[in-house]
Design a protein around this ligand. Structure first.
Ligand SMILES: Cc1cc2nc3c(=O)[nH]c(=O)nc-3n(C[C@H](O)[C@H](O)[C@H](O)COP(=O)(O)OP(=O)(O)OC[C@H]3O[C@@H](n4cnc5c(N)ncnc54)[C@H](O)[C@@H]3O)c2cc1C
Length: 402
């Protein structure tokens, strides 16, 4: 589908669109213009990342050289320096040409925005360009065995030693901790205060005293770990924001995380479900999907998906204009997670018994079944659906209680 051109309110934007499209057509390798087959095709970057192909490496390099892995970040920090309108045009043209995201990372989605707001100039210069180029992969040290939904109960201690902190404690569900290079981590610097006793620190996962233990999931994969800190030394210059002011940084970052999870189905989208179903199940005499029940469900899904995509776009526009409601990310997270779970239920229905294949080459090692199971976690990660509904009830609907 050709991207809308009504957006191009000025000749400059129309020129930008034409140039962007021409550049993408010339520079995006054909292999990076087909839908990802599974999560294994995602380029996460980092010191230990093994590129799946020369095309994947090349695509990251040319996009990073242009600052287009993070198009709206300032050029001084490795970004493209694009305006909100230009960034949206780039996104539309990439979608229209089916270009894959050259890089996905917690650095881009979560830490980057927090550093841009709360980081010192030195912190921005040290970390943002490496995120933009995919050189350093980050993980998120928030949840603990007794601090999930009630995150502010976290107990990992950071003892103030003057020019450094000594960190002791345990995190859990730390996604890709065993593959990450650095961690952004919530620690307790004051045991007497709940929210104002929390600080936000950064450290290298190769630091002495850091260890990880992968947790196996029902999907057979292990995307997260228990993470242990045993007298880890963290220099004070790696404190983001003020000591005791970490909760503000944490909440700001969570809003970005939630908006990102809301878009999870959009990023993973391969062919539209209707097309996939038509290819798998065939059409009836009048050219409609042969299975009437599935036809109805897919039609409803695709209408909801189209509406949600517009809601995401609107939320992005409002955010760029500083007019977004602070609880908007909870709405996006809630609905996007539920929608993605529906998508994978339908994918299983389309695939029928074959979709249950777990290990065959034909099923790409059970890609559909494993992604279906993985999608169940969407309504837990980044804050559960129940918690998002509480936030929506309280902050948007202004209902009493909670
Ligand atoms: C795939 C995945 C990846 C993750 N990655 C990371 C990561 O990289 N880093 C990280 O720090 N964490 C990560 N998490 C952890 C995630 O943030 C927590 O699992 C989540 O916040 C819920 O916390 P909990 O598991 O302790 O559940 P609990 O807080 O114990 O909740 C248990 C149940 O009680 C409900 N509940 C709790 N409080 C309320 C309430 N006030 N009102 C109504 N219902 C309530 C919940 O909705 C849930 O159903 C990940 C989780 C998953 C599933």
């Amino acid at each position: 589908m050709r991207a809308a051109t009504t957006l191009d309110a000025t000749p400059d934007l129309a020129t930008f669109r034409a140039e962007t499209r021409a550049w993408l057509e010339a520079n995006c390798p054909p292999e990076m213009r087909v839908p990802m087959a599974s999560e294994d095709d995602v380029c996460w970057g980092g010191r230990h990342f093994e590129f799946k192909s020369a095309a994947q490496r090349q695509w990251l390099r040319v996009m990073a050289d242009r600052g287009w892995t993070v198009p709206a970040w300032p050029q001084a920090y490795g970004g493209g320096g694009l305006s909100g309108e230009q960034a949206k045009i780039l996104e539309q043209e990439m979608r229209s040409l089916q270009c894959r995201a050259p890089l996905q990372s917690f650095g881009i989605w979560m830490l980057g925005p927090a550093l841009l707001k709360f980081g010192t100039e030195a912190q921005k210069l040290e970390h943002l360009p490496k995120i933009a180029r995919g050189e350093i992969r980050w993980c998120q040290g928030y949840s603990e065995p007794n601090a999930g939904s009630d995150l502010a109960s976290l107990a990992t201690r950071a003892e103030d030693k003057g020019d450094h902190f000594i960190v002791n404690g345990q995190k859990i569900w730390t996604s890709y901790a065993d593959q990450a290079d650095w961690i952004f981590c919530l620690v307790r610097t004051d045991a007497a205060k709940k929210h104002t006793g929390i600080s936000f620190v950064l450290f290298d996962m190769a630091s002495a005293g850091v260890s990880t233990r992968p947790i196996l999931l029902i999907s057979g994969k292990s995307p997260f770990c228990e993470t242990f800190f045993d007298n880890v030394k963290v220099h004070r210059h790696n404190l983001v924001g003020t000591q005791g002011g970490g909760w503000d940084v944490a909440k700001y970052l969570l809003a970005h995380e939630r908006a990102m999870i809301g878009g999870i189905g959009d990023r993973a989208a391969a062919k539209p479900l209707g097309q996939q179903a038509a290819a798998a199940l065939g059409l009836d005499a009048s050219g409609r999907l042969a299975d009437p029940m599935l036809r109805t469900q897919i039609a409803e899904f695709e209408a909801d998906e189209a509406a949600f995509r517009l809601a995401m776009e609107r939320a992005g526009d409002l955010g760029r204009a500083s007019q977004g409601h602070p609880a908007m990310p909870s709405m996006l997270k809630y609905y996007g997670a539920e929608l993605n779970k529906r998508r994978w239920e339908l994918m299983m229905a389309i695939g029928g018994a074959e979709a249950l294949e777990w290990e065959s080459v034909r099923s790409r090692e059970g890609a559909v079944a494993r992604t279906w199971l993985r999608s169940k976690a969407n309504s837990i990660e980044g804050g559960t659906s129940e918690v998002q509904l509480n936030i929506i009830a309280k902050r948007i609907l202004e209902l009493p209680g909670a």
